[in-house]
Write a new protein. Structure first.
Length: 228
């Protein structure tokens, strides 16, 4: 991985991010997450009706041999799995919530922003940690501009940090995140659902590996038995 070239690419792409809404009404929302599966990476994308959050569709993709994790370059590791899952969708969401940074990123191009550019999709980045800037009255200030927001979704729980990804305004980012929090869940509902589906997919993969291993062991035992 040539980190210098990847960082330079991020700097070139960042000015292409658009912070205005690419929609007039939100009828569907999506969630995109990734989970590690040993040396692989599972990407999961879900599409829900809004505001009912009824699941309309979900897709997963298991990416083998992803790039190693590097802070501020996670898009290059996670995007391929998410894009493959996204491309399997029959219906694209109006807005896609992404587990990752938006413009609240050292080069203003976190996973949500980079993914939004790649898919030409309205995206919102949601994280549990603030990586850049400082907090002022619930706002993330980075380079003297508002880059996102701190949102407390549950009492006695750590806040989440949200920032626009692409093709969405700061105001819509804040409003949609607040409107998609469903008690008792901490994260916006599309991300909660996507992570739940992803975990089930990972469990199925683990079960298949166990069954395959057991079948292989049984087969070896049979070949070692003496013939009559």
């Amino acid at each position: 991985m040539d980190t210098f070239e990847l960082k330079r690419e991020q700097l070139k792409l960042a000015p292409k991010v658009v912070l205005t809404d690419n929609f007039t009404r939100v009828k569907t929302v999506g969630g995109a997450v990734t989970l590690a599966v040993k040396n692989n990476l599972l990407g999961c994308v879900v599409v829900c009706e809004y505001p009912s959050f009824k699941v309309l569709e979900s897709q997963t993709y298991l990416l083998s041999d992803p790039l190693p994790y590097q802070s501020e370059l996670s898009a290059y590791r996670e995007m391929p799995a998410i894009i493959e899952a996204y491309n399997k969708l029959e219906q694209e969401p109006d807005v896609l919530f992404v587990s990752g940074q938006g413009i609240a990123h050292s080069r203003r191009l976190g996973l949500a922003s980079h993914l939004g550019l790649a898919l030409n999709q309205s995206t919102i980045g949601v994280t549990t940690q603030i990586k850049v800037g400082r907090l002022e009255q619930g706002k993330i200030i980075f380079r003297n501009e508002i880059a996102g927001f701190e949102i407390k979704t549950r009492n006695y729980a750590n806040p989440i940090y949200v920032s626009p990804g692409h093709l969405i305004s700061l105001g819509s980012t804040l409003r949609l995140v607040q409107e998609t929090i469903k008690f008792p869940h901490k994260m916006p509902e599309p991300l909660h659902i996507a992570r739940k589906i992803a975990k089930k997919a990972v469990e199925k993969i683990a079960e298949k590996e166990i069954n395959s291993c057991q079948d292989e062991c049984i087969s070896k035992e049979k070949t070692m038995l003496p013939s009559c």
